[in-house]
Design a protein around this ligand. Structure first.
Ligand SMILES: C[S@@+](CC[C@H](N)C(=O)[O-])C[C@H]1O[C@@H](n2cnc3c(N)ncnc32)[C@H](O)[C@@H]1O
Length: 205
């Protein structure tokens, strides 16, 4: 496993899934923006850096039938698999680095909450965008959240890049149209408020 993978594995082994700062009892904005995307329930949907998030549980309940969750940390994915029990078999679980992702399909929807902002150098961001390019096609929608310009400057001891919604959209370039954006204040389990920027984009070419 890569150093990055072991580091995230350690984070998930040392803390229960509902005590990490990014924990949400219900991933409300993700679900709202995914609903707005309106992709068919049978279309491929991926949660990139999904960790132990319950987003996949909700999407299964809403009858999305082609779900993939990818994360560097197998411990995080194992937590989700255990929580889901038999339903976990309906999901493709990929332990891996999004920067090296070799997708076997083109996704209709790419979801990323609080992963892209860990890419603090231009080369990592380019590799992420190359992976998105390989995993998408014209029409694919992207639902993404990063720390906002007035959000925290570190998470889990790692530096992050912060974005306003315009800056975040600009990272993707002219091939991605901004369909919707919003800001969110996330209350961590420890009671701290964190500001997030959310965008819903569509790849247009
Ligand atoms: C702040 S957590 C967010 C988890 C989840 N998206 C959520 O909203 O609960 C960041 C997640 O990204 C994963 N991650 C970080 N870098 C990654 C990478 N290069 N490829 C895949 N996953 C990554 C971490 O293991 C962790 O689960």
């Amino acid at each position: 496993m890569s150093d990055r993978g072991s580091r995230w594995d350690e984070v998930y082994r040392n803390k229960s899934a509902d005590t990490v700062s990014w924990f949400q009892a219900r991933p409300t904005l993700s679900l709202t923006l995914i609903e707005h995307a309106g992709v068919p329930k049978g279309a491929p949907v991926i949660d990139v850096g999904g960790g132990a998030s319950s987003l996949v549980d909700h999407l299964l309940r809403e009858d999305y039938a082609d779900l993939t969750v990818m994360d560097l940390s197998d411990s995080a994915l194992a937590t989700s698999r255990e929580r889901l029990g038999d339903s976990a078999r309906q999901v493709d679980w990929i332990t891996g680095d999004v920067l090296a992702f070799a997708p076997l399909k083109r996704y209709a929807l790419w979801h990323d909450r609080a992963v892209f902002h860990f890419l603090v150098d231009a080369d990592s961001r380019r590799r992420y965008l190359d992976a998105l390019r390989r995993a998408s096609q014209a029409g694919t929608q992207i639902v993404m959240a990063t720390f906002a310009e007035d959000g925290p400057d570190r998470c889990s001891g790692l530096p992050v890049a912060r974005y306003g919604v315009r800056e975040l959209h600009a990272m993707f370039g002219a091939d991605y149209e901004l369909l919707e954006s919003t800001r969110e204040t996330h209350r961590t389990p420890g009671g701290t408020d964190q500001h997030f920027s959310w965008v819903r984009l569509q790849r247009v070419r």
